[in-house]
Design a protein around this ligand. Sequence first.
Ligand SMILES: Cc1cc2nc3c(=O)[nH]c(=O)nc-3n(C[C@H](O)[C@H](O)[C@H](O)COP(=O)(O)OP(=O)(O)OC[C@H]3O[C@@H](n4cnc5c(N)ncnc54)[C@H](O)[C@@H]3O)c2cc1C
Length: 375
Amino acid sequence: MDVAVVGGGAVGVTVAHDLVETADVTLYEAEELGAGASGRAAGLCYDAFSDRRDAALAQRALARFRDLSGSGGFTFESSPYVWLARERTAESGDDADRLASEIREQAVRMRDHGLDVTTLAAAELGERFPQIATSDVAVAAVAEDAGYADPSAYTDTMGLLARAKGAAIEEGTPATLTADGRVETDAGVHGHDAVVVAAGAHTRSVVEPVAPLPVKPYRVQALVTESVDVTPPTLFDATGGFYLRPYGEGVLVGDGTEPVEQDPDDWDATADESFCEACIEYQERALGWSWPEKRSWAGLCTATPDGDPLVGELADGVYVATGWQGHGFMRAPAIAERLAAQVRGDGDPVAGFDPCRFDGDESFEIVEGMTVERR
Ligand SMILES: Cc1cc2nc3c(=O)[nH]c(=O)nc-3n(C[C@H](O)[C@H](O)[C@H](O)COP(=O)(O)OP(=O)(O)OC[C@H]3O[C@@H](n4cnc5c(N)ncnc54)[C@H](O)[C@@H]3O)c2cc1C
């Protein structure tokens, strides 16, 4: 079997790696491995999903991250994931109560799936994590099976392993598809038994000659601080919308979601000044102290009409993997593994992620997060 992979992000390199022992694999990457969202991601990883299918994928991904840790330049740091809602204020109103009850309900559903998740009141949270300011926390949940990693290091390491096993990785090679599903590069048109398109924000334009795909790129942002004295846990504040995690000597603060469709060939990769100011203020609120910015950036995530990814066979021999709603890195090892098995013909598609569940020309709003988190 001869397989082409278009796109060398976390997903594409993992598919290439997982197929190379049973197929001749050529990966076409427009720039260099990790040039897309994978080189800009915060690297949070957890199994805290209240949908059984998503939780199982996340657990498998965490197991693969841990297996890979120590190879090449890749390290997976285990660290609990805390998410919380703050008490109602005049400003947050009913939203605050809704978020707090959602967290309580999510934690129950997660425990039903066998996940190691606890619910904590403010005082208990403060006792366990004295680094967090907890006085106005209404409720928090802690997922023990979680951590973080450098997505660039993951992509490079998986790329190295795929190459060592015989995959041809052609960087600096933009590719598109012909109407009959062959790969076209500057060197000509190449026939393959199967093509997997994992081109991130460009996936729609790459597959357009074959079939329309309802996926929209949108900007999200991150900021890293100078060195800090106190190391916080990985934290998502459902009320403020921010998350943070230890990052080298500093802390990474993220969010800055702009729910506006972007042109993947013409967008602003610089973080907004207002986002950077809000990150500095947010540290004060979440941690009781604030450290100055070291660097900041923006990247493109991809949204779908129902908030679930588009993974599987789009047309005969043409497979896609995109639409991660900001959660593509943490699921890449598991979803790519399932897709590789589907391409080989010895695995089932991921239920619910079929890219043909839409006509492709749906109009829809970009909504932050994943379906399961919005239910
Ligand atoms: C600021 C930020 C923070 C994030 N934080 C997290 C997080 O904490 N946890 C998490 O799980 N996710 C996070 N994400 C989302 C995550 O980055 C993505 O979901 C994930 O990296 C997607 O990987 P991918 O391989 O599908 O796509 P990408 O990494 O975008 O890779 C696509 C690749 O295809 C290449 N390409 C494009 N067009 C072509 C073409 N025509 N021919 C050949 N190659 C092409 C690109 O150059 C790129 O290298 C974050 C994203 C951002 C921007």
